[in-house]
Design a protein around this ligand. Structure first.
Ligand code: ZN
Length: 215
């Protein structure tokens, strides 16, 4: 297990996650969103898909035991623990254009989109390949009759977390979101921790032994 790593306010990072590793995304102060992206580490054309995931889950509110699927309908991440139960997978990462649209009087910021593009560039991900992110802790209630959505402050409290298990080798992008409305009007850091999978060597040996026995 690594120590918790801090993503400073209004910034982002990218890193690799091996199949079987778990990623714990922590809201250390409460009411702070973290945008999460996942790409297949072996093939950047395979990427996390909101549409596939919401279709298979048959809900827009994802929590423990839900699987985040790729555009090829393969599991990328499984939510294995969730102390909040309210996240968003509808809205794209905030960007310069988001600021022009919603906050024309505020200084523009490159937002999660710009932070993700910069962090993922060394891994070969081009900005136009960035899809809808899984927005940890983002609170977007929907009126079931009208379809109207609202962006409200997260319901996460200090220390709340959501934990994902990698179902394939992944490149992960992760931010501390920069948009005022998504974060209750203030910008806070995000923490994350990686817990490595158990060594696969033991499993392989056991499998070989079993095969020999069965012959
Ligand atoms: Zn954002």
């Amino acid at each position: 297990m690594t120590d918790a790593i801090e993503i400073p306010e209004r910034s982002g990072t990218a890193f690799t996650l091996k199949q079987g590793d778990t990623l714990v995304v922590i809201d250390p102060r409460g009411e702070q969103v973290a945008d999460l992206l996942a790409f297949n580490a072996e093939d950047l054309n395979e990427v996390i898909s909101s549409g596939r995931t919401l279709d298979y889950a048959e809900t827009i509110y994802l929590t423990t035991d839900h699987i985040l699927y790729s555009n090829r309908s393969r599991p990328m991440l499984t939510i294995v623990d969730d102390t909040v139960g309210r996240h968003d997978f509808l809205l794209t990462p905030c960007s310069f254009d988001t600021f022009h649209h919603f906050y024309p009087d505020l200084p523009p910021h490159r937002g999660c989109f710009g932070n993700l593009a910069t962090a993922l560039e060394p891994f070969g991900v081009q900005p136009d390949r960035i899809p809808t992110a899984f927005n940890c802790f983002m609170n977007v209630p929907i009126d079931g009759e009208t379809g109207r959505l609202k962006v409200l402050p997260p319901i996460s409290k200090a220390g709340d977390h959501v934990t994902f298990r990698a179902e394939m080798d992944l490149i992960i992008g992760l931010t501390a979101c920069s948009a005022p409305d998504s974060n209750g009007g203030t910008f806070k850091p995000i923490h994350y921790r990686i817990e490595a999978a158990c060594s696969p060597v033991t499993t392989r040996v056991a499998t070989q032994t079993d095969t020999r026995k069965s012959r």
